[in-house]
Design a protein around this ligand. Structure first.
Ligand SMILES: *Cc1c(COP(=O)(O)O)cnc(C)c1O
Length: 416
């Protein structure tokens, strides 16, 4: 029998196990079979397989419409475009997110307006959101405008950090008060929910990501879900060159050659190759979630006694997607900082990452919009302490034990 990583004394003895990467897609024989079938079918770009994927995905999250695209970023871009976000608008979002959340605003000529996070979930703080809107925007000519830039308040983009849903009721009611739309960045939150309601079924368009590290993957891909048929139609047209019919209709044997370009659209359609992968991954979504939940539960238990480790929270009534497991270091209990902590994990064969460097601290956003590092103290303080450790369904039980042991060992070796 193989001894456990703990018995092998990870960190104390030279490492012999293979490196445990920070993320790894969970691709099995069924995914490979489905992709191979499309490859041999004679039709590899957007077609029937993607249409089926859209229907199945919409049913799964509880949204009437779903438009498949080739990235989560594309889904966000199309969502904001269809909501009418335009040049000179401002869109409010969390600073603790990936740049894709804010760059799509810039694509449309809009200005990202960042808000700080709440200390427990690290999601956008509804209180901060409210005080930002109250303090910085004035009502004029039927819309809200920023008191300094004069820009129109265009919308809100909440993000469900790590897969923990943000307070959607609060965000949606603030949006209703200000009469502005919401686009939900659900890149981390498949599947996640609040009080039995799944992210994707709330009253706002919702963008999912199928990037390789996300909770399900199509290699690259994304989905825009909405209850609004007109918004779905707009996004669908814009996802394929602004053409009023998609290529599948155009080239089907009984299809028409005639098409109309009604807008200067984008090239964001998903291939049937990716769609085939997506259908199998979607069917395994609950099974993969159950694995991540078990890993989160194991870490929760393993780190309970470690004073130097602050564990991620899960509020009551919340279905957490556990896309990430971000621990926060209690730096006063350690002799090392976060960067060294990650190096030490790596030396023990464990990949780790940081989610996220706050956007207001990134050179582009800082320089273009004049943000200072001290602007959002909760996000800035969290950033210095954050370490995301591996959590994915392709991990073995031994992998999970090895990660827990590596964290424990680094804490023990470097405690203050
Ligand atoms: C991954 C991610 C995206 C973008 O998804 P892509 O599919 O990589 O384009 C958007 N927002 C957040 C918060 C993400 O983590």
């Amino acid at each position: 029998m193989k001894s456990t990583p703990l018995e092998q004394g990870i960190g104390k003895a030279p490492r012999t196990d293979p490196f445990i990467p920070f993320a790894r897609p969970d691709i099995g024989a069924r995914e490979i079979e489905a992709v191979v079938e499309v490859l041999g079918s004679g039709w590899i770009t957007t077609g029937n397989v993607v249409r089926s994927f859209e229907r199945e995905f919409a049913a799964y999250v509880g949204a009437p419409h779903a438009v498949a695209v080739n990235s989560g970023t594309a889904a966000m871009h199309l969502g904001l475009e269809a909501l009418g976000i335009r040049s000179g608008d401002e869109v409010v979002t969390s600073t603790l997110t990936f740049t894709a959340t804010a760059e799509v605003m810039v694509y449309l000529g809009a200005r990202p307006r960042f808000v700080d996070v709440e200390p427990d979930t690290l999601n956008i703080s509804a209180d901060m959101l409210r005080s930002c809107l109250q303090g910085e925007y004035l009502r004029r000519e039927g819309a809200w405008h920023h008191r300094e830039t004069g820009n129109r308040l265009g919308g809100i983009v909440p993000v469900h950090y790590a897969g923990h849903p943000c307070d959607m009721d609060a965000v949606l009611s603030i949006a209703a008060e200000y009469d502005i739309p919401v686009l939900d960045d659900a890149a981390h939150s498949l599947p996640a929910g609040i009080d039995g309601r799944r992210i994707g079924s709330f009253r706002c368009p919702t963008a999912f990501s199928f990037y390789a590290t996300k909770t399900m993957t199509t290699g690259e891909g994304g989905m825009l879900c909405t209850a609004d048929p007109i918004l779905a139609q707009r996004a669908r047209i814009m996802s394929l060159h602004g053409i009023s019919q998609d290529a599948w209709n155009r080239y089907a044997s009984d299809g028409k050659w005639f098409y109309e370009v009604v807008e200067a659209g984008y090239k964001y359609n998903l291939t049937d190759i990716a769609g085939a992968l997506g259908r199998v991954q979607l069917a395994r979504c609950d099974e993969m979630l159950a694995c991540r939940e078990a890993i989160a539960a194991r870490y929760h238990e393993a780190f309970a006694s470690l004073e130097a480790i602050e564990r991620p929270v899960c509020r009551p009534g919340v279905q957490h997607a556990w896309h990430l497991y971000p621990i926060r270091l209690r730096l006063d209990a350690l002799r090392i900082y976060r960067a060294r902590f990650i190096e030490e994990l790596s030396a023990r064969g464990v990949g780790a990452s940081v989610h996220f460097i706050p956007l207001h601290q990134q050179p582009f956003y800082a320089h273009r919009y004049g943000y200072r590092p001290t602007d959002f103290p909760e996000a800035a303080a969290a950033y210095r302490r954050l370490v995301s450790i591996p959590i994915y369904s392709a991990m073995s039980a031994q992998n999970v034990e090895a990660v827990a042991a590596a964290v424990r060992d680094v804490v023990e070796v470097f405690q203050a």
